[in-house]
Design a protein around this ligand. Sequence first.
Ligand SMILES: NC(=O)c1ccc[n+]([C@@H]2O[C@H](COP(=O)([O-])OP(=O)(O)OC[C@H]3O[C@@H](n4cnc5c(N)ncnc54)[C@H](O)[C@@H]3O)[C@@H](O)[C@H]2O)c1
Ligand SMILES: [Fe+2]
Length: 375
Amino acid sequence: MKEFNISTNVFFGENCLDRLDQVQGKRVIIICDEFMVKSGVVDKIKAHLNGCQISVFSKTVPDPPIEVVSEGIQCLNEVQAEVMIAVGGGSAIDAAKAIRVIGHRLGLTNIEECFAIPTTSGTGSEVTKFSVITNKREGVKYPLIDQELQPMVAILDPDLVKTMPPSITADTGLDALTHALEAYVSIEATDFTDALSEKAVTLLMKFLPMAYQNGEDLLAREKVHNAACLAGMAFNTAGIGLCHSIAHAIGAKFHISHGRSNAMLLPEVILFNADLTNSEKTICARKLQRMAKLIGLPYTDVTVAVTGLSRRIEGMKRSFGIPMNLKGLGIDPQEVMKQKDSIIEAALADACTKTNPRKVTAEDIEGILKKVTPL
Ligand SMILES: NC(=O)c1ccc[n+]([C@@H]2O[C@H](COP(=O)([O-])OP(=O)(O)OC[C@H]3O[C@@H](n4cnc5c(N)ncnc54)[C@H](O)[C@@H]3O)[C@@H](O)[C@H]2O)c1
Ligand SMILES: [Fe+2]
């Protein structure tokens, strides 16, 4: 038996922040980073909350560490909030999700309603049961997976993503593309998640370059924002794969943005998973062939279709100015090779590896690492 559900209520389109008008007379905590306070986003949200007692915890940072989560729990306990509003990129939303659920499990708080308002178009965290927390001391990122982490309400306002500079638009957009493609070939993929992945990929291929070129293009922003959420819905059920497992391992050690780590690895992981030298064409290769067809690439031959898809992503990265390998990201290749055993160990243990379409060995990961680490 398989199951598919989307339990988060999603509000989108013009004036969707108006959903917050229904929050009245409550103790509210807003969880975000300093940028959201300084750029006026927090004030925009406050303007919708009538008669509420509002506290702001603005200490989240990219790749939220355990320490921020624990400080957030203390703050939540002090203010005894009834409603939580997480606003920001995936990092702020992930931190808020962990703060709420761990705070609840410790018996400290009980949030009645939680909102996630993404300001990047990438992680899909607003609709997922995942929260990625970093253990800085050990240099490891842990994806927590629990149904309770799923936000109750997501608000997708394209106006809030207009301020993303091109580099963040590119990194986060390629993260969304990775979610859609990894969910598509996951061993848990179904007709339901495939529909979401296919729509997400076609939207991203068309509109991400437009949003990158002109951040004020509201239609492109809206389509990319929706695509990231659709991809989140897909991988929330289907799971993701090896690209994310290695990205988590590398990201935690070398502090590269999550989307950029995925972007660097995705073309290589596609080729690895498709296993094109296998004379029996794999299900993964055939699905990628179908995706190539959907986005208008030559598709009649499996090998041509899959390599075309991988090259198309390389081309997008090049046009977004994203370096092709770790050296281009300023990371010393010797250092990567020195840490390779712990990177491989973390990637093999990562929860995302379980749903990867091809079984993975330490040697396989080493092979992929070498491809993105030219000496
Ligand atoms: N929970 C999930 O399902 C899931 C999935 C994938 C990734 N993640 C995690 O999410 C995190 C990455 O999130 P992200 O890629 O959204 O980036 P982020 O949240 O780390 O933000 C990156 C930077 O962008 C800035 N920013 C955010 N919105 C902006 C805007 N509108 N204008 C200008 N600047 C803005 C932030 O202040 C920050 O400095 C990683 O920790 C990753 O592991 C979670
Ligand atoms: Fe991701």
